[in-house]
Design a protein around this ligand. Structure first.
Ligand code: ADP
Ligand code: ADP
Ligand code: MG
Length: 678
């Protein structure tokens, strides 16, 4: 076995590989771009080397940099992870030339499967069923059109060098063919530097079912059952599970055999995935599956296989790469229970799943147990940058059966707390709870078909969310007032009373939120009524509610909303407030109450403090003539600074407070005379 390996990757997969290496007593070397200097994989590794600036082309894809880091650190082997250089035969060759073991298949096997057309030809020869179509060398548009017509519409044009769903176009009739072909070619040549395509019959109700295979250098090959990856969006996997629901044992055996035949046909060594597409217009049938492509690496979704087999596939990779034999023979590999993986992405489902960036202000995954696993490459406080894949984590659950696994998935997603970056957690939760998913009514069109259920239109925040936001802000305010009192050395000063027994009657404050387009004002009264001494009474859009609660050290808000106890988290950055509740992240904007100060109030000749706070600065002196909008005083409240501005052109008659003074809500800050018009 190796003593030290280098991981030529980043993110969750680098962390996941390091974890197994550590368990096996193998030292680990990480590499990082400037964007990842403080990343989790760097912190986890025993040593780490900088390999360049953030763009992958200048760092994670630079073979020479990676080999240099391996040489410097004395790593004997390189694990490429997935993506990046994992399927580049030149990288595997460069490693060999440098005397470093590439933890992956031989370059020849990578090449054989690298182009989809050539791969299909090899598989046909090995007797593996392939999707009917054309994958010849003649790339003349006229020939391709002729083939499409022969295959029969709809057809799928695929870039032979493709990956990640790029360079694929569905064509429904001959007259659309030329334009789609040109567009697929443009995309393929931009993404892969190769514009060759193949044509396939487009299956109308397809399920993506793939087989995990493993080969060793002693000529053995086995499979570790299937994974169903039919839940896709734009040909990209979103949720994967194993075993495939409804898989007849005969079909499993047939697919497993075909996949092992495929691996043997190319002298495969290491972890690989043979992807098949199954036509389910008549349900899953033994003879209705076709080879699509082979991925010659560890797959993103490999954990579901680990969960149902109890095996560590990275450990297998290391054993095989070090020249060892496969740990288990085919008949020793057993399938137990059901596993589901959901990919948690920084993206906005409400905006066509546009990737999102930002700082992970709060990142609390569900607790890991023997049934719930979280693979991640980021920590709270990390940034999601635009440089790499926006995946935040993979959530993997296991259950004795599919309904149990599904319940655990829904529950774990409801516990996931992420603020600061928009994510697909609520969308994943909606899938996990969808009756059609529970019924395993699967095909690759599932998400598109149910999109209206999965991404409901935005609605203004409900009372529960508003109450939680208001409660958190009020508690924060009370906390800072108490801290202030202590630091002022006079905790008994009436100005610091935070229990609501204000000098001038019942204390109240108005919180204004923006939820989407709607503005919502909530009046909060301190400590009176059913809220109890330490609570608040809120006037919410749906009626009054007594609330109380506390925020524990881990940032969890334990709230009591009119007797209903719940746990949530409220995260504020500036005027942005995110309420995390039950796997949803509701964003509100705190509306600056001073922006809304109205002239009528000022017409009375005074400017009052709209909320309790502390004067941090006085910008004018009594007697000053000012224009409308001129800043007069700066008030700090709710940890934010608010500028009290002149409501109209006029004259400051009196300034009643000085910097450092604590003021009550409603306190007359300044006397102001509006300039007579005319
Ligand atoms: P496929 O969709 O081809 O079956 P996977 O589902 O295993 O493959 O996804 C592999 C893809 O993950 C890569 O093609 C790439 O877009 C993306 N990727 C590459 N490196 C990383 C990484 N370090 N972290 C997250 N995603 C990555
Ligand atoms: P990639 O390299 O991008 O992963 P694949 O050939 O694996 O490309 O195809 C990606 C996805 O596109 C599949 O998982 C499936 O959902 C869909 N797809 C591929 N071929 C067909 C087909 N012939 N008919 C219908 N859908 C297909
Ligand atoms: Mg694929």
């Amino acid at each position: 076995m190796f003593r030290k390996i280098l991981i030529a990757n980043r993110g969750e997969i680098a962390c996941r590989i390091i974890a197994t290496a550590r368990r096996l007593g193998i030292a680990t070397v990480a590499v990082y771009s400037d964007a990842d200097a403080a990343a989790r994989h760097v912190a986890m590794a025993d040593e780490a080397y900088r390999i360049g600036p953030p763009p992958a082309k200048e760092s994670y894809l630079v073979i020479e940099r990676l080999l240099e880091a391996a040489r410097t650190s004395g790593a004997e082997a390189i694990h490429p992870g997935y993506g990046f250089l994992s399927e580049k035969a030149e990288f595997a060759e460069a490693c060999a030339a440098a005397g470093i073991t590439f933890i992956g298949p031989p370059p020849k096997a990578i090449r054989a499967m690298g182009l989809k057309g050539a791969a299909k030809a090899i598989m046909e020869k090995a007797g593996v069923p392939v999707v009917p179509g054309y994958h010849g060398d003649d790339q003349e548009p006229a020939r391709l059109l002729e083939e499409a017509t022969r295959i029969g519409y709809p057809v799928l044009i695929k870039a032979v060098a493709g990956g990640g769903g790029k360079g694929m176009r569905r064509v429904d009739a001959a007259d659309g063919f030329a334009a789609e072909l040109a567009s697929a070619r443009r995309e393929a040549s931009a993404a892969f530097g190769d514009d060759k395509v193949l044509i396939e019959k487009y299956l109308l109700r397809p399920r993506h079912i793939e087989i995990q295979v493993f080969g060793d250098s002693h000529g053995q090959a086995v499979h570790l059952f299937e994974r169903d990856c039919s839940l896709q969006r734009r040909h990209q996997k979103v949720i994967e599970e194993a075993p495939a629901p409804g898989m007849p044992p005969g079909m499993r055996a047939a697919m497993g055999q075909a996949a092992v035949a495929a691996a043997k046909a190319i002298g495969y060594v290491g972890a690989g995935t043979v992807e098949f597409i199954a036509d389910v217009s008549q349900g899953l049938k033994e003879d209705a599956f076709y080879f699509m492509e082979m991925n010659t690496r560890l797959q993103v979704e490999h954990p579901v296989t680990e969960k149902i087999t109890g095996q560590d596939l990275v450990e297998w990779q290391l054993i095989v790469a070090a020249g060892g034999a496969l740990p288990l023979a085919q008949d020793e590999i057993a399938l137990s229970g059901h596993a589901i993986e959901a990919r948690v992405y920084a993206e906005n489902p409400a905006r066509q799943f546009l990737p999102a960036t930002g700082t992970l202000l709060r990142l609390r995954p569900p607790a890991e147990t023997s049934e719930v696993r979280v693979d991640t490459g980021v920590r709270e406080g990390d940034a999601v940058t635009p440089f790499y894949d926006p995946m935040i984590a993979k959530l993997i659950v296991w259950g004795e059966d599919r309904p149990t696994a599904l319940r655990r998935l829904a529950r774990a997603l409801a516990e996931y707390e992420i603020a600061g970056v928009t994510t697909n957690v609520a969308f994943l939760g909606a899938i996990a709870r969808h009756p059609a998913f529970a019924a395993a009514d699967l095909d690759t069109g599932f998400i598109e078909r149910h999109l209206a259920d999965l991404v409901p239109p935005a609605r203004p925040a409900g009372d529960e969310v508003l109450a939680l936001a208001a409660l958190a802000l009020l508690l924060e305010q009370r906390e800072s007032a108490a801290a202030q009192a202590i630091s002022d050395g006079d905790p008994f000063s009436p100005w610091h009373r935070v229990d609501g027994f204000r000098l001038n009657g019942e204390g109240h404050t108005v919180l204004r939120f923006l939820s989407g387009e709607s503005e919502i004002a909530i009046t909060a009264r301190y400590g009176r009524g059913e809220g109890g001494q330490d609570g608040f009474r809120l006037d919410l859009p749906g009626g009054p509610l007594a609330v109380r609660g506390e925020v524990t050290a881990d940032g969890t808000l334990h709230a009591d909303l009119g007797g209903a106890r719940l746990r949530a988290a409220v995260v504020r950055r500036g005027d942005e407030v995110t309420v995390l509740l039950n796997g949803r992240a509701e964003r509100l904007k705190l509306h600056d109450p001073l922006a809304g100060i109205d002239l009528d109030a000022a017409a009375g000749g005074t400017l009052a403090a709209p909320m309790p706070g502390r004067i941090v600065q006085v910008l004018v002196a009594a007697g000053a003539s000012v224009r409308k909008g001129t800043g007069l005083m700066v008030l700090e409240a709710m940890k934010m600074e608010h500028t009290i501005a002149a409501p109209a052109d006029g004259r400051v008659e009196a300034v009643n407070f000085a910097a450092g003074d604590q003021v009550e809500e409603g306190a007359v800050l300044l006397a102001f005379a509006i300039e007579a018009k005319g």
